[in-house]
Design a protein around this ligand. Sequence first.
Ligand code: THU
Length: 163
Amino acid sequence: MQKITIQTEIECYENSDELHASEQHLLKLSMEAKDAAYAPYSRFKVGAALLLDDGTIVKGNNQENVAYPSGLCAERVAIFAAGANFPGKQIKKIAITAASMDFPSDHPVAPCGACRQTMLEYELNQGEEIVIIMKGTTGKTYRSISVRQLLPLFFHEDGLKSK
Ligand code: THU
């Protein structure tokens, strides 16, 4: 038996002021997206703001439904909107913020597994890494230089093809 060690690294900032001004701006836009989320069931709002290579911003937020599994996470709402409306454009960065409607959230919320897998496919297809920035209402900010860093052991289409 062998053990495989998989290493991943996330940058952690005490204060989002330490980020480049353009990334602070992207975080601000993700907060605006968060505030517009439709989350009456979980009362947990998530917002995502994507920066495309031509400077276009695409926003998304979680959209819930009374038939619970029909809802969709903010990250996938945003990335699918980018794929649908701006096909062929590269995604440079995604800022994600999250907050409960009932209690303060003082730490970054990392994207769920399904969103990581979804974002990763865009990253692999475009051949350029996507920076992911995460923040709660207050507290630390996490910054990952790629989606791959967030999902190092991922499912890949090679697994669908016979050799
Ligand atoms: N949610 C997101 O929008 N993104 C994630 O990565 C995890 C969870 C949403 C889904 C649901 O509307 C609420 O947060 C509570 O799970």
